[in-house]
Write a protein that binds this ligand. Structure first.
Ligand SMILES: [Cu+2]
Length: 397
């Protein structure tokens, strides 16, 4: 049942899928039994649906039961409707999910898309920590800076929409009222003081209304508060990220005691773990939730320019060789957050994911104590499983 909860909480992104049962075409109206809305991120076109998902998802039970009945009725002369039977039948019959690959403009979808554009992110197709299929709005915000960015974004959308509709209305009015047929004797007016004052003052007021909050946002982003801790992020020429935690202690040569490099999680391992390939790293950067984390971002002196980008945090900061850039964040919700390098840095630009885990202070303390002991990869991985924050299943296609 936990899987169902995750589906509802984390995946608002629905699309139509067609379930095909190749060996039992009589289970429904035809072989394409039913087109239903399901969370896309648990399915992949052409792949069998996991038996567990089917058994847990109430919408699939009638189909699963039908399949089980036909299979067991044929072999045992009776109808098996129990959960085990359903499970067994599903495990053996590999239902196929076929993606329609068509966007159906039904009312719910249009509402979802429109709401994403017009200041209702909760109804829009957004999700926390990473992008989702059919996502339209911004990813969920988990820092004060990104909260501001999201609000400012929707505030601008309203202003832009009002201006666009106003100009469109004027154009339509002019086309209707002042065409040659409707207005055979044109006016020779060249000035109108009131209109000239208005079209100067009103845009100035609109621009001031945009500029004031944008300066406020800029100040909030660039005025780095006194951090509770500092992490140094280094973009490497071999297309990966090194994280250093100087607050946890430094060696005699001034290097940080806790320092590690996060690489791309290979595709097979990402699939096995049910995480998103190209967004997941082999080890996460771990931070305590609620604490102000100051970032010092740079790149290897012999290397290339990267950019450390985390959409949920509202951070996009360049990592430049020979230069230290600063940024900060304060994660307000535990979770796993993913980003990517967003500077076109070379051939493996697409293969340097960023993964941050925001965990409770106790878990962070336990993690840092283990890191100070320089654990072996197996030991670290086993420990990470115990502090892994809950995360939604992610899209694999
Ligand atoms: Cu890069």
């Amino acid at each position: 049942m936990e899987m169902q909860t995750v589906m509802k909480a984390k995946c608002l992104n629905l699309r139509d899928v067609t379930i095909r049962i190749p060996r039992f075409p009589m289970c429904g109206r035809n072989s394409a039994i039913e087109s239903q809305k399901q969370p896309c991120n648990l399915m992949k076109a052409g792949q069998p649906i996991g038996a567990e998902l089917l058994a847990n998802a109430a919408e699939f039970r009638p189909i699963a039961k039908c399949l089980a009945q036909r299979r067991f009725a044929a072999h045992q002369g009776r109808c098996g409707g129990g959960r085990n039977v359903v499970h067994h039948a599903l495990a053996n019959d590999a239902l196929k999910v076929e993606d329609d690959h068509k966007m159906k403009f039904n009312a719910a979808r249009i509402l979802a898309v429109v709401s994403a554009f017009f200041a209702f992110p909760a109804l829009g197709l957004a999700a926390g920590g990473q992008p989702v299929n059919w996502g339209v709005g911004l990813q969920d915000s988990v820092t004060p800076v990104q909260d501001f960015i999201v609000n400012f974004h929707y505030y601008l959308v309203w202003i832009i929409t009002a201006i666009t509709l106003f100009v469109l209305g004027l154009l339509i009015y002019v086309m209707w009222r002042f065409n040659a047929k409707a207005n055979p004797v044109p006016s020779k007016t060249t000035h109108n003081s009131l209109i000239e004052v208005l079209w100067t003052i009103v845009p100035v007021l609109i621009l001031a209304g945009i500029a004031i909050p944008s300066f406020k946002l800029l100040y909030m982003e660039r005025n780095i508060p006194k951090g509770d801790m500092t992490i140094k992020v280094i973009g490497n020429p071999s297309w990966n990220w090194t994280y250093e935690y100087p607050d946890l202690g430094v060696n005699d040569d001034k290097s940080a005691k806790v320092s590690f490099t996060a690489y791309l999680l290979p595709e097979d391992k990402a699939k096995a773990a049910g995480v998103s390939y190209l967004l997941a790293a082999d080890v996460p950067m771990v931070v305590p939730v609620g604490k102000v984390v100051k970032l010092i971002v740079t790149a290897d002196p012999e290397g290339i320019i990267h950019a450390w980008t985390m959409p949920s945090f509202g951070i996009n900061i360049a990592a430049i060789p020979g230069r230290l850039n600063e940024d900060w964040f304060q994660v307000t919700r535990e979770g796993i957050y993913n980003g990517q390098c967003s500077e076109l840095c070379g051939v493996q630009h697409a293969y340097m994911p960023i993964e941050v885990w925001a965990v409770s202070e106790d878990k962070y303390k336990a993690w840092s104590e283990l890191e100070l002991k320089q654990p072996k990869p197996d030991e670290l991985n086993a420990f990470l499983k115990t502090i892994r924050p809950a995360a939604a299943k992610v899209a694999t296609n």
